[in-house]
Design a protein around this ligand. Structure first.
Ligand SMILES: Nc1ncnc2c1ncn2[C@@H]1O[C@H](COP(=O)(O)OP(=O)(O)OP(=O)(O)O)[C@@H](O)[C@H]1O
Ligand SMILES: [Mg+2]
Length: 280
């Protein structure tokens, strides 16, 4: 059936550029043990902060059901097509692709497994990414098919887990570790979100408890790379398409700038990356 459609055939033959040995792009999968913890907000703002460091940054919104990246990033035009490749739109120095460009926001998208796998592959192969320095991938909540498909396509990806500050229930840590295990990827870092709220008097209120990020990091043996405060501007920026990271002097913007530095400098791979050699 696919043979009747030349475009389909073309894409089937293209290799995933990020999976090539010695591919220069660092791929970061942003995941969480549960929904609504701020994955998409963190993905958007970390991408903008990396771009502000002069890096070439791309984002794939892999939440094909609950896509939110175009709105959060403030992208206002769809991709264009040149020679059957998609040219991703850009905002704040970040290029992105999302199912939001192809689906009607009011209609639920229903995916059958093979279609979902194919759509994710096309996000990787049919977009003219041109080897960015970073490719951030915003995963949907949960530990489902999307993560498994993507990890298969992106064997060198680094996984980052977003969590909230309440003391970690054993299950959240287990779920994050289980997910990384299932997709055969290493967790490179933990990001705590909604860590505190600063009142008008400068007092920090830990509305959702404290220590959860550090505890999760310890349990899964990865560093805590940043703690993001709860700031109304972050939600507003997400709704209006002006990410807080654009203002690196703001309370949350400064945190994202520092987190981008940690990723870019402290966590920079020391050797050129290549596929792991396995002795069978
Ligand atoms: N640090 C923060 N300060 C203020 N609001 C925040 C913060 N982090 C996230 N939010 C808000 O919380 C809501 C959920 O965040 P977001 O959509 O990023 O989470 P998510 O983990 O991607 O959710 P889902 O699991 O549904 O994909 C959004 O309205 C967002 O603006
Ligand atoms: Mg999300």
């Amino acid at each position: 059936m696919a043979g009747n459609n030349p475009t389909h055939d073309d894409s089937a033959n293209r290799a995933v550029p990020f999976a090539q040995a010695n591919a220069a792009t660092r791929v970061m999968l942003i995941a969480s043990g549960k929904g609504g913890v701020g994955k998409s907000s963190v993905t958007t703002n970390l991408a903008v902060a990396l771009a502000a460091r002069g890096r070439d940054v791309a984002v794939i919104d892999a939440d094909v059901w609950g896509f939110s990246i175009p709105r959060m990033l403030g992208v206002d035009q769809p991709p264009t097509v040149i020679d059957d490749m998609l040219i991703p739109p850009e905002a704040h120095g970040v290029r992105c692709i999302s199912m939001g460009f192809f689906a009607d926001e009011d209609q639920p998208v229903i995916w059958r497994g093979p279609m979902l796998h194919k759509a994710l592959e096309q996000f990787l192969t049919d977009v003219a990414w041109n080897e960015p320095d970073y490719l951030l991938v915003d995963l949907p909540p949960g530990t489902g098919d999307v993560a498994i498909s993507l990890a298969g396509f992106l064997p060198t990806a680094e996984m980052y887990v977003v969590t909230t500050p309440q003391p970690v229930a054993q299950t959240v840590a287990q779920r994050a570790a289980f997910m990384a295990d299932k997709v055969n990827l290493k967790v490179h870092g933990v990001i705590e979100n909604m860590s505190w709220f600063t009142g008008d008097d400068g007092t920090r209120y830990e509305l959702f408890g404290s220590g959860g990020g550090g505890e999760l990091a310890e349990r899964i043996g990865a560093p805590l790379i940043g703690s993001v405060p709860l700031v109304p501007a972050l939600r507003e920026g997400g709704d209006t398409g002006r990410p807080v990271a654009v203002d690196a002097e703001s309370e949350a913007g400064a945190v994202f700038a520092e987190m981008a530095r940690v990723v870019d400098v402290d966590l920079r791979p020391t050797t050129r990356r290549h596929r792991e050699l396995r002795i069978l």
